[in-house]
Design a protein around this ligand. Sequence first.
Ligand code: TGC
Ligand code: FAD
Length: 407
Amino acid sequence: MRGKRVSRKGSKQNIMAKDRFQGHDYYLMDELLTEEHRLIRDSVREWIKRDVSPIIEDFAQRAEFPTQIIKGLAEVGAFGPYIPTEYGGGGLDQISYGLIMQEVERGDSGVRSTASVQSSLVMYPIYTYGTEEQRKKYLPKLASGEMMGCFGLTEPDHGSNPSGMTTHYTDAGDHVILNGAKMWISNSPFADIAVVWAKDENGDIRGLVVERGMEGFSTPETHNKWSLRASATGELVFDNVKVPKENIFPTIKGLKGPLGCLNSARYGIAWGAIGAAMDCYDTALRYSQERMQFGRPIGGFQLQQKKLAEMITEITKAQLLTWRLGVLKNENRATPAQISMAKRNNVNMALQIAREARQMLGGMGITGEYPIMRHMMNLESVVTYEGTHDIHLLITGMDVTGFNAFT
Ligand code: TGC
Ligand code: FAD
């Protein structure tokens, strides 16, 4: 177990039991995976048990990101799993990427956030939209964790509607002058670089890489979060920052630039949410078999069985949906609306399971001795970022009706 408490005698003791997580595979989904997929999944699971579970509750309680796990995240291949190996990535397929996100989020959504941002919101745009020089300069260091990145799209007045952004730059010869501010940026307080979306002088949305140390660039941390406490969140403030023109992505223009990155990150979150849901279900199932009330395990009561039966049903449906999405993504056939459906369904599924699982543990469910309350609070961010629950519903609504409810 992962935290420490002060005992009655006043001494600190380790209160969290060993991470006893077992995966759940009710429909024999493993048969749909290759041997390589299973090996990747199992090795990330082992690493989470060994290096993340023992410390994560403590870091979440202290509202701190455990920077010491960055090296391990890189070593298990969580940074750029699908980026080609010539740039330091893993050269893996999309299902491998999904399984890595599932296992990392089984540990903690905040840790998965760090990996999602690095892979899909920083490495993906540099690889997809960047010049060869930009790829060579940044990707190998991002893959090894030597360099960390963040992604600036959201602004104080433009969250769900990023096209209204006011961050902008003006031409100044061999460089541009960047002004504006981004908020709610994962990893910003410690990131070495930021992929920033800003308007050029024509009002077109463009992407550029801003480096820590550039004059006028600061990254104040956001405090007092009750959610995603083991992830560092902050702002990006640009006060006349001189950015060399060679840091601008050369051709991508418009909202499809950042939204293209979000497709990849939202896909990873759809898998990640299954991990959080499995951890809550697994914890509640074991508790229901061990906790005695009225002379028998609470798992023998029909009301508790209903909760568990519904949880495993929803997890299984999400696994099937997401595996199929992975196949489509491998074939380059997954549409943004299909990705929205999976992100929305799976995160909501995980949040509902976390709430039910927490109740099943009674008073113990609110403590840090079990991971459920942390998952539940984390998922309140996951259901909001990368497009809120309602925004994804409207994307599905637009896709099936042909009517745009946003404008
Ligand atoms: P709209 O007019 O519909 O589209 C503008 C242009 O973009 C294209 N497009 C897409 N392209 C690629 N992928 C997608 N998913 C796309 N969706 C739209 C579209 O075809 C069009 O292209 P073109 O060539 O015609 O210009 O745009 P809109 O302004 O009406 O907005 C649509 C809306 C609301 C769906 C979109 O803006 C949206 O998704 N809003 C939610 C914002 C969001 O998700 N923000 C996430 C910020 S990053 C974050 O949260 C990171 S958390 C990280 C972590 O810790 O894990
Ligand atoms: P708003 O857009 O103000 O929405 C408020 C409410 O109104 C929501 O319920 C929304 O669904 C609803 N709403 C909005 N428009 C409509 C509509 N048309 N119809 C119906 N309902 C609507 N952003 C980044 O760029 N990079 C990051 O790394 C990043 N990390 C984040 C980390 C955390 C912990 C959090 C909480 C957020 C992060 N975000 C990041 C920002 C995140 O993407 C936004 O919070 C999210 O997109 C919603 O924007 P908003 O908070 O401004 O809410």
